[in-house]
Design a binder for this molecule. Structure first.
Ligand code: PMP
Length: 429
C-alpha cells in the first residue's frame, strides 16, 4: 500500500507538492508526537502540521470536542451564523488575549487558511486608513494568496516597502545583537520620515514576532517595542501575524506578550483550530469600519474546527502549556547549543519556546560561513530514516526547524535530540 500510494500521488498531484516531496511517508495512524506509516514504521513528528498541533495528533480532549458536536445533531455548515459552538469558541479565544488587547477587540472569522486571515488583515487596514501601501520585512512569510504573498520576503510588489528584519546571526548591518536591531529600527524610522524618500503613508505594517518559515528568527523584544512606537507615532496600524507563533508555541500564549506590545491587528490560524482549518483576525474596534459584506466567505463557520479549537485553547490555558513550552524549549536550546560546540557545521541555534531552528552552514566555504542547504536536506533525510520528522526553512532552506507539540514529555524531548544528533553525525560524513 505504502509504495503504491506514494507512486499514485506523485503521478496525479501537482508538482507543487511540498512536504510530500521531502517526507515520503504515508501516515495512517497518529497519537500525540507519534505518526505511524502504512509501512508500519513509527515517526516522532516535530513538524506538527507546520506548528498546528499544539496538543499533538488526536488528543483525546480534541477528539471528544469534535464527537460532541457530531453527536449533538448541530448543523456542520452554517456560513457565519451565530451558534452555541461559535459562541463558546469566541469566549475561549477572548479569554486568551492579552487583557489590554481584549478590552477593545473585535473578531472576524476568515478562513479557512492562515493566508485568508492575512488577506483580511491587509484589506481591513487599507479600508480603515484609506491608504494603499504596506510595510513588510525581509524573510517574512504570510501565505500564498496574492496579498499575503506580496507581503512575504522575496516577492516584489510596488505597494510593499521591504524593511530589514533583525537577524542576530546574519545581521543585515553586520553588527548583530541589540545594536543591530536598533539600526534596523532606525532604518525604518528614517525611511518613514524622509520627505524625499517617496514613500506615501502606508496602510499598515505586518510582522511575525518570530519568523517561522523564514528560518526561526526571533525578533528582540526591544525591536518589537520600537516597531510599536514608530507605527503608533505615525498612526500606522500594526499587524502581528501570530499564525505560527500563537497558542503557547513560543512560551507565552501569544508571542507579542514577550515584548508587551499591543498590536492593532492579530492574525491567527493553525493551532486555534485544534488541527482543523480555522483562521481569524482580532483587531481594535476602531478599525471595524468596513461595511457589511465587505469581507465575505462561505467557509467561515467551521463548527468542528471551532469546537476542536476551543478545546485546544482551553487545554493550553488551563494546563499552562505555554510555560511548559518555555521551560522545555530553553532546555532543548541549551542541549542543541552543546551539540553546536562540537559541530562547526551548526552555524546557529536559536528559537523561542518550542519553536526552534538549527542553521546549518559550510564553515570551509567562507567566513562568515554560508548557509548549507544540501547538508540541511541530508540531515532531514537522515532524521527521517531514524524516525524523526523535521522540516526545513530559512531564506536558503538551510535551517532545520523543530516544532514539536507542546505536550512533548521530557523523555520524548531526549529521544528527539538523540535522533537529531545521530542524524547530524551521519549527514556530516
Ligand atoms: N503566516 C505565517 C506566519 C505562517 O507561518 C503561515 C503558514 N506557514 C501563514 C501565514 C499561512 O498560513 P496558511 O498556510 O494556512 O495559509
Amino acid at each position: 500500500a505504502h509504495e503504491g500510494i506514494l507512486r499514485r500521488q506523485s503521478l496525479r498531484e501537482s508538482a507543487a507538492r511540498t512536504y510530500a516531496r521531502s517526507l515520503p511517508i504515508v501516515p495512517v495512524r497518529a497519537r500525540g508526537l507519534t505518526i505511524e506509516g502504512a509501512d508500519g514504521r513509527r515517526y516522532l513528528d516535530c513538524l506538527s502540521g507546520a506548528g498546528t498541533l499544539a496538543l499533538g495528533h488526536n488528543h483525546p480532549v480534541v477528539l471528544d470536542a469534535i464527537r460532541k458536536v457530531l453527536d449533538s445533531g448541530a448543523p456542520l455548515h452554517v456560513l457565519d451564523l451565530a451558534t452555541p459552538v461559535k459562541d463558546a469558541f469566541t469566549t475561549e479565544l477572548f479569554a486568551t488575549l492579552p487583557p489590554r488587547f481584549a478590552e477593545n477587540a473585535r473578531v472576524q472569522f476568515c478562513g479557512p487558511a492562515g493566508t485568508d486571515a492575512v488577506e483580511a488583515a491587509l484589506k481591513l487596514v487599507r479600508t480603515a486608513t484609506g491608504r494603499g501601501g504596506l510595510l513588510a520585512f525581509t524573510g517574512a512569510y504570510h501565505g500564498m494568496t496574492a496579498g499575503a504573498l506580496a507581503a512575504s520576503g522575496g516577492a516584489e510588489d510596488v505597494r510593499v516597502t521591504r524593511l530589514p528584519y533583525p537577524y542576530e546571526y546574519r545581521c543585515p548591518f553586520g553588527i548583530g545583537g541589540e545594536r543591530g536591531a536598533e539600526l534596523a529600527a532606525r532604518w525604518t524610522e528614517n525611511l518613514l520620515d524622509d520627505p524625499k524618500g517617496g514613500l506615501a503613508a502606508p496602510a499598515g505594517m505586518i510582522l511575525e514576532p518570530v519568523q517561522g518559515e523564514g528560518g526561526v528568527i526571533p525578533a528582540p523584544d526591544s525591536w518589537l517595542r520600537r516597531m510599536r512606537e514608530i507605527t503608533a507615532d505615525r498612526s500606522i496600524p500594526l499587524i502581528a501575524d501570530e499564525v505560527q507563533t500563537g497558542v503557547g508555541r513560543t512560551g507565552t500564549f501569544w508571542a507579542v506578550e514577550h515584548s508587551g506590545i499591543t498590536p492593532d491587528v492579530m492574525v491567527m490560524s493553525k493551532a486555534i483550530g485544534g488541527s482543523l482549518p480555522l483562521a481569524v483576525i482580532v483587531y481594535h474596534s476602531d478599525l471595524d469600519c468596513w461595511p457589511p459584506g465587505a469581507h465575505a466567505g462561505t467557509f467561515r463557520g467551521n463548527q468542528l474546527a471551532m469546537a476542536a479549537g476551543a478545546a485546544t485553547l482551553a487545554y493550553v490555558r488551563e494546563n499552562h502549556l505555554a510555560d511548559r513550552a518555555a521551560i522545555l524549549g530553553a532546555r532543548m536550546l541549551g542541549q542543541l547549543q552543546g551539540l553546536a560546540a562540537n559541530h562547526p557545521c551548526i552555524g546557529d541555534v536559536r528559537g523561542r519556546g518550542l519553536m526552534i531552528g538549527v542553521e546549518l552552514v559550510a564553515p570551509e566555504a567562507g567566513d562568515p560561513a554560508p548557509p548549507d542547504p544540501a547538508l540541511a536536506t541530508a540531515v532531514q533525510r537522515e532524521c527521517l530514516s531514524r524516525g524523526l520528522i523535521v522540516e526545513l526553512g530559512g531564506r536558503r532552506a538551510a535551517v532545520v526547524r523543530l516544532l514539536p507539540p507542546l505536550t512533548l514529555t521530557d523523555e520524548q524531548a531526549v529521544a528527539v535530540l538523540d535522533r537529531f544528533a545521530d542524524a547530524l553525525a551521519a549527514a556530516e560524513r
